[in-house]
Design a protein around this ligand. Structure first.
Ligand code: PEP
Ligand code: MN
Length: 342
C-alpha cells in the first residue's frame, strides 16, 4: 500500500501514520521527497480498509497495490483453472463450452424438445431454472424440484451436463443429486451466507456478476466460495445496469479479458441476459467468444412467444444451431475450438 502525505503534513502527523501502520502489522518504508513524504507499507493484511488511513490527518492519498482477494487472483494459479467433468467436458481449457436451454423448465415436453435440439447443435450442457428469481412475486416462480428432475432426465438422455440456479441455502441439498453446476444468479452474487455454504460442497459453481457489481466485488464473492475449500468456480458476465434503455442490460464484454488477467478462474458470458433482445444475442455471443470467453450460457426455447420467462431473449433452436456454426468459425481465429459433446 502506498500512502502519500500532504505537502503540508507535519513530522508529527507522518510519525502518527507510521505508528498506525506498524500497529497493523505493516513494515513501512519512508521516502521523503523535496515536497512530499511517501510511505510504502508492505506485508499487509488482505482485509484492510484503506479509508481507515485516508481519514488520518496529514494523509493525501492511499493506494492499494495488492488485490484484496488471494485465492481468486491469477497469481494463486498462474496456469489457470480447468474444471473437468466426468464425461470429459473441460471448462477453462482450449475448448469453449456452450450450455443452452430455456430460462425456466416448464414441462417434460418442453425441456426434452429443447435438450434434443441444443444437443444436436453441439451444446455441452443444458440450462434451465427450477427455482426462479423473478422481479415480481406474481410471475412464474419455477417448477422447483420437479423441474430439476426433468432437467436431469433430459440431460442424461441427450448426454448434456446440467446447470440450474440455486437461490437459497436450503435448496443446496435437494439440488445436489440432480445438477452438475450450481448457478448463483446476479441477484444473489452478494448473498454471502449462500456463497459460504457453496464453499463447502464439491460441485462447480457458476457465479454471475450482480447488476451493479464491480469486477473486484465479483472476485471477492468468488473468494467467499473458495475460502470454504471449493475452488471450482466459474465467473459469468451477464450484463450490468447502465443508463442505456434500448437494451435490457449492457453486456460488459471488457469484463472477459479484464477478469482473465486478474483471475485464474474460467470466465463465462451470458449474452441472453446481457442484452435481453433475441436478435442481438447471437452478435454478443460471437463477440464473447472473440473476446476470449471460456463458456457461453444461452437461452433457447422452441416456442419463445409462449415461454413462461424470458421468451423475448430466447433463441429459436434453429437460430442457436446457426450461431454454433458461426462460433466454430470464430473460435479458431482466437486459438480456441468449440467443445462438442455429441
Ligand atoms: C437466469 O439465468 O435465468 C437468470 C435469472 O439469470 P440472472 O441471474 O443473470 O438474471
Ligand atoms: Mn432467464
Amino acid at each position: 500500500m502506498i500512502v502519500a502525505m500532504q505537502e503540508t503534513a507535519s513530522e508529527q502527523q507522518i510519525e502518527q501514520v507510521i505508528e498506525h501502520l506498524v500497529r497493523l502489522g505493516f513494515s513501512v518504508h519512508r521516502t521523503t521527497g523535496e515536497r512530499q513524504t511517501v510511505l510504502a507499507a508492505v506485508g499487509a493484511r488482505i482485509d484492510f480498509d484503506t479509508r481507515n488511513l485516508q481519514v488520518l490527518s496529514g494523509v493525501q492519498d492511499v493506494h492499494r497495490i495488492s488485490a484484496p482477494y488471494k485465492l481468486a487472483g491469477r497469481s494463486f494459479r498462474p496456469e489457470g483453472t480447468v474444471i473437468v467433468f466426468a464425461n470429459g467436458v473441460r471448462i477453462g481449457g482450449k475448448e469453449v463450452v456452450v450450455m443452452a436451454g430455456p430460462c425456466s423448465v416448464e414441462s417434460r415436453e418442453q425441456i426434452f424438445t429443447i435438450a434434443e435440439r441444443v444437443g444436436k447443435a453441439g451444446a455441452s450442457g443444458l440450462r434451465g431454472g427450477a427455482f426462479k428469481p423473478r422481479s415480481s412475486p406474481y410471475s412464474f416462480q419455477g417448477m422447483g424440484l420437479d423441474g430439476l428432475k426433468l432437467l436431469r432426465e433430459a440431460g442424461d438422455k441427450f448426454n448434456l451436463l446440467v446447470i440450474s440456479e440455486v437461490m437459497e441455502i436450503s435448496q443446496i441439498g435437494e439440488m445436489l443429486p440432480y445438477i452438475d453446476i450450481f448457478q448463483v444468479g446476479a441477484r444473489n452474487m452478494q448473498n454471502f451466507n449462500l456463497l459460504r455454504e457453496l464453499g463447502k460442497i464439491k460441485k462447480p459453481v457458476l457465479l454471475k456478476r450482480g447488476i451493479a457489481a464491480t469486477l473486484e466485488e465479483l472476485l471477492l464473492s468468488a473468494e467467499y466460495i473458495m475460502s470454504g475449500g471449493n475452488y471450482q468456480v466459474i465467473l459469468c458476465e451477464r450484463g450490468i445496469r447502465t443508463f442505456e434503455t434500448y437494451t435490457r442490460n449492457t453486456l460488459d464484454i471488457s469484463a472477459i479479458p479484464v477478469i482473465q488477467k486478474l483471475s485464474h478462474l474460467p470466465m463465462a458470458s451470458d449474452p441472453s441476459h446481457g442484452i435481453g433482445i433475441r436478435d442481438k444475442v447471437a452478435p454478443m455471443a460471437r463477440a464473447s467468444v472473440a473476446a476470449g470467453a471460456d463458456m457461453l450460457l444461452i437461452e433457447v426455447h422452441q416456442d419463445p412467444d409462449k415461454a413462461l420467462s424470458d421468451g423475448a431473449q430466447s433463441l429459436y433452436p434453429e437460430q442457436f444451431a446457426t450461431l454454433m456454426d458461426e462460433l466454430r468459425i470464430i473460435a479458431p481465429a482466437v486459438g480456441r475450438t468449440i467443445a462438442k459433446s455429441q
